[in-house]
Design a protein around this ligand. Structure first.
Ligand code: ADP
Ligand code: MG
Length: 217
């Protein structure tokens, strides 16, 4: 099993949105996925409830207090889970530390704005200090490619950037409202295409092939 924590101290950067669609893409690729929602806002629990109304029983989602994480995570391999995604509150405080501690890999969504980039570099510093593998993912991108590339160049001084950018697109909130991932909501749309690219990159970053082999063994 691999554990990916979505963390940034900045709220509204796209953590929950990207996490939900990544969970759906990972399931479509054959992995069994669990999500532990440690954000008191319970964004993912609510998404999952909308999803159940539409008849989707997975991914497995559980609300979880940060201090319960270790115990919840220990149960997951016994339930056949291959990939655990942890959502966190948009704050850099003690409540996020256990989620980072548990992670094999952290994904740090960051909007291409100065305020978000500054907040993300603080998060990156904390992750480096804890010797965590991590990458930024540019989130809610807008404007020209040159503009996005400029933001990427600034961030690259502080850490790796995922090889797929997520743009500001209406499919993201619309899929969320429907309790879906973007690849289910509009499979041929540009949001689904960039999300699949991000998943393919993330799958390699976490050594996904060996996860599949372990679970088949
Ligand atoms: N790529 C995107 N395109 C358009 N809207 C987005 C995108 N990502 C997130 N949003 C919207 O921005 C808001 C904050 O996103 P959210 O994922 O909840 O952020 P976080 O979990 O980091 O606080 C939500 O209303 C969400 O629907
Ligand atoms: Mg959130």
């Amino acid at each position: 099993m691999r554990i990916i924590t979505f963390a940034t101290q900045k709220g509204g950067s796209g953590k929950s949105t990207i996490l939900a669609s990544i969970a759906v893409a990972a399931e479509a690729a054959g992995l069994r996925v669990a999500i532990l929602d440690t954000d008191p806002q319970r964004t993912i629990v609510k998404w999952s409830n909308r999803r159940k109304v539409e008849g989707h029983a997975t991914p497995f989602v559980r609300a979880c207090e940060p201090h319960q994480l270790a115990a919840e995570i220990r149960k997951l391999p016994l339930q056949g889970i291959d990939l655990c995604l942890i959502d966190t509150a948009g704050a850099h405080n003690v409540s996020v530390a256990p989620a980072i501690e548990q992670a094999d890999f952290c994904l740090v969504p960051v909007k291409p704005t100065i305020a978000d980039a500054q907040a993300a570099t603080e998060t990156a510093k904390a992750l480096r200090e804890r010797r965590k593998k991590f990458a930024f993912v540019l989130s809610q991108c807008f404007g020209s490619t040159a503009r996005v590339n400029e933001a990427a160049a600034g961030l690259l001084r502080h850490g790796e950037i995922a090889a797929a950018n997520i743009y500001h697109r209406v499919d993201y909130p619309d899929a969320d409202s429907a309790g879906l991932g973007v690849t289910e909501y509009n499979p041929n749309g540009p949001a689904a295409k960039e999300l699949r690219l991000l998943w393919a990159w993330l799958f390699r970053a976490i050594g996904g092939e060996s996860v599949k082999e372990e679970s088949a063994a």
